[in-house]
Every structure is written in structure tokens, then in C-alpha cells.
Design a protein. Structure first.
Ligand SMILES: C[S@@+](CC[C@H](N)C(=O)[O-])C[C@H]1O[C@@H](n2cnc3c(N)ncnc32)[C@H](O)[C@@H]1O
Length: 394
């Protein structure tokens, strides 16, 4: 028997022992004394010892396995993590242990990645650096890579329900749906529009400058759902800046009159061109926004975190509000929870407190915001963030 066979045998034995609800010391000895690998996943189901601990609702075993290096985000062959299994049993203690292991691990990876981060003048594309292993896998499609997306051809059209959609042409020249709808009446409750409506409400309602017109920055026009909602406020924004890099989106904006709207300024390029360390538009007078929102399809969490870091410079102090499309990790309840917590921690680090609201998106009729090209959001609840600068004078 070679080393691999021994690891398989011991790994299987560890899973079986956990599933048999063996005493803690027996499980511990198998790992510590016999050397059973905690990272093992069986071939038939993809089950790991951590999955097994979740199945038999053993937080003591889960805690031990995590301490010994169990992989918190390993998915079985049905794409469930151990955390999903704990959640399905309503086993909050085991679920929280696994989720917190995920948060620790992702935070640590984030710190390591930022220490190794290329400098702004580096030739590599900062958007393509990833700090995360939560949903990170090689994905060179337009959905998963910023550069592939920005190079792809977009077509604005109307679907069979009369709703505006945007398609991206992929290599095989098969158009795929990527961006949601425009809020025609009968589609009002669909996921993208519903979320954007609630986002605009939370970002603007009761804002001290609401009545005189807010100064708004939106990053990523897409179908213009959120920008249209901002423009439809009882008092439209006094200044409405939109940052958008995709040439086809810009052409669509031009054709639909966005360039001619009073108080609307369109900045052609990526947000990185206008704010932060890679910005080469130092002359632009940025900052002082009452409301900032970002939703940049195909960028990853490291880019979002980088955007967070620019907020103190662009928000107009404590009264100002910030929102972002909270869709990362949303193919899986555990990953979504981990990302939600990590973004809250990172925002807190830079002095912003987040309030989360739950938006029920379970009633959508199966057509999601991003369509069929990748499963983006298949959770019943969207966690909507609104962050505000902490008032340091208090
Ligand atoms: C999902 S859409 C935004 C949808 C929008 N929230 C709405 O309500 O219709 C994402 C947009 O972000 C743009 N985008 C991608 N990367 C960007 C970047 N680095 N800076 C600014 N915009 C970006 C894309 O071209 C696309 O138009």
C-alpha cells in the first residue's frame, strides 16, 4: 500500500467513525495518533470529515477538525459545504463554527494578498488579482473575468416579455443573457429591479439633502435600472455621476439620451481610472457624494474591497450613504454569509458601519438577474447593505 492508499483508507475510516457518532477521543486519536487526513473527501459523495461532523450534528468534532486544518469550504458532489449541511439541520452551533472559520481564513488570505499586492505602476491588471478562495475558480468567461467582459460584445434588446435585457456574445457566438430587466409593470417584482428599488429607497429616504437633490455617484450603468430610479426621485439628483467603461454600454447610454440629461456626468472608463491609487485623472474634482453605489459585473471581491478603501475620500462625511450589489458568493448560503460578514468587517476597518436589510427574492419566477450564463443568485434572501461613515466627532 502506498502513501495515497493509506490516506484514502484512513480518511474513509475517519468519516465512518464520525458518522457512527464515536466518542470524541476516538476521533481525536484517529487524527492525532493514526494520522487520518482531515482534508480527505471520498470519491462517491465528495464527503469530508467536516461534512460528516455536520451530518451527525457534532460541533465538538467540527471545531476539532477545523483546528486540525479541515477545509471549511470544501463542497461535496452535490455542491454542498459542511456549513450548508449544518444549516439544513438548523444546527446553529456547528454552522457558526464553520462560517467563522471561513471568515478567519478569508480575512487572512486577504491580508496575505494585500501584502503581496502589485504596486499601482505594475503592469499587471489589479482587477485580476484575487484574494479569495470562496468562489474563486478559474473562469475566463465574460462572467468571471473583467477583461473578458469589457472586451465582449453587448447587445441591448427586449425579451419575449417586453423587458429590456442585455446579452453578451461569447466566443461561440451564442448570445447569453447576463443583465436583468428594466422594470416593466408586470415584471416589477423581479429580482434585479426589486433589489434596485429597495436599494434606492434605503440610500435616499430621509437623507438630509433629499429635498434639495442628492449628489449621487453610481459605478456600473448596466441597464441603467438604478440610474433611472435615481433620476425618478421626487427631487432628482443635483449631480449624478455615472462611471462606465464598456463601449457598448456607453453607446447605448448615448442612444438613449443619458449624455443629454441635465446634471448627469458620464465618466467613460473603469472606476479605477477615476478614484484610488491607479487613477490617472487627478485633476477631476471628486468627492462630496451624498450617495455612492457600485455594481460592477465580473469584478471580484478584491476589487470591491479596493473600492471600499476609496470611500472616505468620496463620501460626504457621516450623513452620506454607500451601497453595493451584494451578490458575491450568492450561489451558496455559507459563502454568501461569509462574504457578507467579511465586507462588514472590511467596511468597519475603514470607518463605515453597515445596516443590512433582508429582501425576499424567493418569489421571482425563475428568471434571475444574470440569466443562464452562470448561477449568480439562487438564495431566497438578498442581504441589502447600506453603510455610513462613523461620526468620529461623537
Ligand atoms: C450589472 S451591471 C450594473 C447594473 C446596474 N446596477 C443597473 O441597475 O442596471 C455592471 C456594469 O458595470 C460595468 N463595469 C464593469 N467593470 C467596471 C469597472 N471597473 N468600473 C466601472 N464599471 C464597470 C459593466 O460594464 C456593466 O455595465
Amino acid at each position: 500500500m502506498d502513501e495515497g492508499d493509506i490516506a484514502i483508507m484512513l480518511g474513509s475510516q475517519l468519516i465512518q467513525t464520525i458518522l457512527n457518532s464515536a466518542p470524541f477521543d476516538e476521533i481525536k486519536d484517529l487524527v492525532k495518533k493514526t494520522g487520518a487526513p482531515v482534508w480527505y473527501q471520498d470519491e462517491v459523495e465528495g464527503m469530508s470529515p467536516l461534512h460528516a461532523a455536520a451530518y451527525v450534528r457534532r460541533p465538538d468534532v467540527a471545531k476539532f477538525l477545523i483546528q486540525e486544518g479541515a477545509v471549511w469550504n470544501a463542497v461535496d458532489n452535490l455542491k454542498n459545504t459542511a456549513g450548508d449541511i449544518a444549516l439544513s439541520f438548523n444546527d446553529e452551533e456547528t454552522y457558526t463554527l464553520i462560517r467563522d472559520a471561513g471568515i478567519r481564513s478569508e480575512m487572512l488570505l486577504g491580508i496575505l494578498a494585500s501584502q503581496n499586492k502589485p504596486q499601482p505602476d505594475s503592469s499587471s491588471d489589479p482587477l485580476d488579482t484575487s484574494t479569495s478562495n470562496v468562489v474563486q475558480h478559474t473562469d475566463d468567461t465574460a462572467a468571471g473575468s473583467t477583461s473578458a467582459f469589457l472586451d465582449s460584445k453587448l447587445v441591448y434588446t427586449v425579451d419575449e416579455h417586453g423587458q429590456s435585457i442585455c446579452k453578451v456574445k461569447v466566443k461561440a457566438q451564442v448570445p447569453k443573457l447576463i443583465i436583468g430587466e428594466d422594470g416593466s409593470e408586470e415584471k416589477e417584482e423581479e429580482i434585479g429591479t426589486g433589489i434596485m428599488k429597495e436599494t434606492v429607497r434605503k440610500l435616499t429616504e430621509g437623507h438630509p439633502n433629499e429635498k434639495e437633490g442628492l449628489k449621487v455617484l453610481n459605478v456600473g450603468f448596466g441597464l441603467g435600472i438604478i440610474d433611472t430610479l435615481f433620476e425618478s426621485l421626487p427631487t432628482p439628483p443635483s449631480q449624478h455621476v455615472i462611471i462606465e467603461p464598456h463601449p457598448d454600454v456607453l453607446a447605448h447610454m448615448r442612444a438613449t439620451g443619458w449624455y443629454d440629461r441635465p446634471n448627469v456626468t458620464i465618466l467613460e472608463g473603469k472606476w479605477q481610472d477615476f478614484v484610488g491609487p491607479t487613477s490617472n485623472h487627478k485633476s477631476l474634482e471628486f468627492g462630496g457624494f451624498d450617495v455612492v453605489y457600485t455594481d460592477t459585473f465580473s469584478e471580484d471581491y478584491s476589487a470591491l474591497k479596493e473600492f471600499f478603501e476609496q470611500l472616505p475620500d468620496i463620501l460626504d462625511g457621516p450623513g452620506a450613504r454607500f451601497g453595493f450589489f451584494n451578490g458575491l458568493g450568492a450561489t451558496n448560503a455559507l459563502f454568501y454569509d461569509v462574504y457578507t460578514h467579511i465586507s462588514e468587517l472590511h467596511l468597519a476597518d475603514i470607518g463605515l458601519d453597515v445596516e443590512w436589510s433582508d429582501v425576499d427574492v424567493s418569489t421571482d419566477d425563475g428568471e434571475d438577474r444574470w440569466g443562464q450564463s452562470r448561477e449568480y443568485f439562487n438564495l431566497p434572501i438578498y442581504r441589502l447593505p447600506v453603510a455610513r461613515m462613523r461620526d468620529m466627532s461623537l
